[in-house]
Design a protein around this ligand. Structure first.
Ligand code: H79
Length: 421
């Protein structure tokens, strides 16, 4: 058995990891949900008391306004499925420490402290499974409400871990207790950690934490925010300029500039802008985890519903060119984003523009056996120009993409090659 680039919390071969990561690598699209008491006032999740925008007590008074009275977890799961997402990740507890489930580790939950007064995760996790999707649970390792977490902005909680290791140990036990509850009640396929930045791997005892979760479920997937013991990279808000070294990565991104419900934030990206980012992820072999922020009553804002539905239209039509694909060819061969099928003998070209004249692909050594518009089937005529018998230069492949077969968002062309690229 061998390790990979990450520190290992258990023994696993390269092949075993590839197998464990397969659903994630093939999934390509997930939906992230930030739902918590911050939706009551429509302010930033947790950070709005950390940064002094309001006091801790004012922030927590939002508990009284969280009703979940129109919460329809089955409709949520159906909408998420309809978008083309294969998995979803929901906040079980953000940095503010308010749990969405009936945790026994503290009283601070929407079950015990809000008018919603019920476990909000159970019905959603069931609906997600009913839709055949994978379930991810977001969990903030830090907790700005737990008295044993050293929180620099709250006087009573300030201390140095080295001065009171027993207190820190109590905090770690608190996290482990909550994670154990989450595992027992929801058996998530993936944990999406956040808030590990205050301490290093040794202080978090990240290895123990990861080992515990992997002992509960050896197939579980952990994101990278657990100080060296995660399975995949977790960039935020923008596709890295250089392709991530890891074959497993996921971009998390908001639709406007907010993770949670924020009615004053009208800075929405268009469906077209988000689809471009999606194909950018595909071309680099990653996933997109697209965020929504429901209101306190459980309603999903209309702008977000509309974007998910437009994703649904596009992903349904282009499913062949999305799920199970792998990173494409390097930039420079063609103007557009590219991906390959698993066999590496179909090249998908995503065109986020209306072509003027033919599309050209240079440096392609394979012969193209067939070219078509994905989701439409229209065959395209290709021709190679500049291939000379005396030269190893493959010539330039040209094809036209007629107006009537173009997609209103991003047109996708497939080239079936005469063998692996
Ligand atoms: O849940 C969403 C955000 O609330 C949370 N992650 C997404 C998914 C998040 N927001 N910002 N961050 C995580 C990163 C924190 C930034 C920090 Fe810092 C900058 C941590 C360390 C340096 C702020 C400034 C906290 C300490 C110093």
């Amino acid at each position: 058995t061998i390790g990979t680039s990450n520190a290992q919390s258990f023994q696993e071969s390269k092949e075993q990891k590839e197998k464990r990561m397969q659903w994630f690598q093939d999934a390509k699209l997930g939906v992230f949900i930030h739902w918590g008491i911050y939706a009551v006032r429509g302010i930033p999740e947790s950070w709005s008391f950390y940064n002094g925008y309001l006091s801790y007590d004012e922030y927590m008074s939002q508990l009284n306004g969280f009703t979940a009275k129109n919460y329809d977890p089955v409709a949520w799961a159906k909408l998420i499925k309809e978008s083309g997402a294969q998995y979803t990740v929901i906040t079980s507890k953000h940095h503010d420490g308010v749990a969405l489930w009936d945790t026994q580790a503290s009283d601070l939950s929407l079950v015990k402290k809000s008018p919603a007064a019920r476990d909000l995760l159970t019905p959603f996790t069931k609906a997600v499974r009913n839709e055949g999707m994978k379930l991810g649970i977001y969990y903030s390792l830090l907790d700005w409400s737990c008295k044993d977490y050293p929180h620099e902005t709250r006087t009573s909680m300030r201390y140095q871990v080295k001065d009171d290791p027993a207190r820190w140990e109590r905090f770690l036990e608190f996290d482990k207790k909550q994670l154990t509850e989450l595992n027992k009640q929801y058996k998530p396929d993936l944990y999406w950690f956040d808030g590990d930045w205050d301490f290093n791997s040794a202080t978090w005892k990240a290895k123990d934490m990861a080992s515990m979760l992997r002992s509960y479920n050896p197939n579980v997937i952990l994101n990278s925010r657990i100080q060296g013991y995660g399975d995949y990279e977790t960039p935020e808000q923008g596709v890295p300029i250089r392709r991530p070294a890891s074959p497993w990565w996921e971009l998390c991104m908001t639709m406007n500039d907010s993770w949670g419900y924020a009615p004053t934030d009208t800075n929405y990206k268009s469906a077209n802008m988000l689809l471009r980012t999606f194909v950018d992820c595909l071309s680099n072999g990653g996933n997109l985890l697209l965020d929504i922020g429901p209101k306190e009553d459980g309603t999903i804002p209309q702008e977000q519903v509309d974007i998910l539905k437009e994703f649904g239209r596009w992903t349904k039509k282009h499913a062949d060119a999305i799920y199970g694909t792998r990173a494409g060819i390097p930039e420079g061969h063609v103007m557009g984003y590219t991906a390959l099928n698993k066999n590496q003998d179909i090249l998908y070209i995503y065109l986020p523009y209306k072509p003027i004249g033919p599309i050209s692909v240079k440096g392609l050594k394979n012969k193209v056996n067939r070219a078509w518009i994905v989701g439409n089937g229209a065959l395209l005529e290709t021709k190679v120009v500049g291939k000379a018998y005396w030269s190893s230069v493959p010539g330039i492949l040209y094809f036209d993409v007629p107006e009537q077969v173009q997609d209103p968002q991003i047109t996708v062309v497939a080239l079936l090659l005469d063998g692996k690229i």
